[in-house]
Write a protein that binds this ligand. Structure first.
Ligand code: HH2
Length: 293
């Protein structure tokens, strides 16, 4: 059931026991945790190299913040932000590049410049030209769940059964992608932590991420530095990198194949030690310690 690889445009990513890391590069003035830090193309390019050196397996480049209440950015502006960075990296960086956009005009130019993955927070619903582009280009796609839009999603989001509803949504979006001609092996699914969810919804999705393996696609989750961490701690000012590590370990234990994170070195170190210390092994609860009989 658990997908063992993700087919990208020109290569295949093997998905083992330990999750791969998708490093986040936000070329925006207003992203919630790192807005403005990498708006200068050279700062963004430098950060991309740093993420790769820290062990990122994928680089996810975005030119529009989708934090709650963020205003949409015209495609021209998004392109102006991301293309110089993509052009400086493509063909040089050895790890595959993903473009975090729901606009086909942005994805098209990014793919032309060498990107391999369309990371679409609208699960290919945001722009009618996105599905044909994904089919024709052979790009891999990440389909993410969101209730509402970034402008409305945090206005009292409601679910009867958040895990079941997110699963059903991703199943329907997967089936729509398949029907349009995107092969299963190119599709990843993502429960969309923080996108139209309250604390209880985010926690239920984190606890039940393993259920998404039944969709037959790699599972990608983005808990990095998100608000639920401060809510768990009861401290909105806390340094959320540590909580991100906690979420990453919980997701690794459930076999989640890809984690989208800002702090690649920190999460990678935690995952490597977690694996070495048996954190990914089944726990033989109740078994007596081995010893002389
Ligand atoms: N989260 C964000 C953006 N893109 N893509 C996927 N597939 N999954 C996510 O959870 C996800 C995502 C939001 O985080 P960030 O990019 O750091 O912030 P902003 O949208 O403010 O740029």
């Amino acid at each position: 059931m658990r997908a063992a690889f993700w087919q990208l445009r020109t290569r295949r990513l093997a998905l083992g026991r330990r999750p791969l890391l998708m490093g986040v590069l936000n070329v925006t003035p207003d992203s919630f945790s790192d807005g403005g830090q990498f708006l200068e193309p050279q700062a963004a390019v430098d950060h991309a190299w740093r993420l790769a050196a820290e062990g990122a397996d994928i680089l996810d480049i975005g030119g529009e913040s989708t934090r709650p209440y963020a205003q949409p950015v015209p495609a021209q502006e998004e392109l102006r932000r991301v293309m110089p960075v993509l052009e400086a990296l493509a063909g040089r960086l050895s790890i595959p590049i993903s473009i975090d956009t729901y606009k086909a005009a942005v994805a098209r130019q990014a793919l032309d410049a060498g990107a391999e993955i369309i990371n679409d927070i609208t699960a290919l619903r945001g722009d009618p030209a996105m599905v044909p582009l994904a089919v024709q280009s052979g790009a891999a796609v990440c389909l993410m769940h969101m209730q509402g839009t970034p402008q409305t999603m945090q206005e009292n989001p409601q679910y009867e059964d958040v895990v079941g509803e997110v699963y059903e949504f991703l199943r329907r979006r997967r089936d729509a992608a398949l029907a349009a001609g995107i092969p299963l092996e190119r599709i990843a699914v993502d429960p969309g932590i923080g996108f139209g969810k309250q604390l209880e919804h985010n926690l239920a999705l984190l606890q039940n991420a393993w259920r998404l393996h039944a969709l037959g696609c790699p599972v990608l989750v983005g808990p990095s530095r998100k608000r639920f961490i401060g809510q768990v701690l009861g401290d909105s000012e806390a340094d959320r990198r540590y909580g991100t590590v906690g979420a990453a370990l919980a997701l690794a234990r459930q076999g989640v194949q890809i984690l989208r994170v800002h702090d690649v070195a920190m999460v990678r170190q935690a995952l490597m030690v977690f694996e070495a210390a048996g954190g990914l092994d089944p726990i033989p609860l109740g078994a007596p310690p081995a010893g002389p009989t």
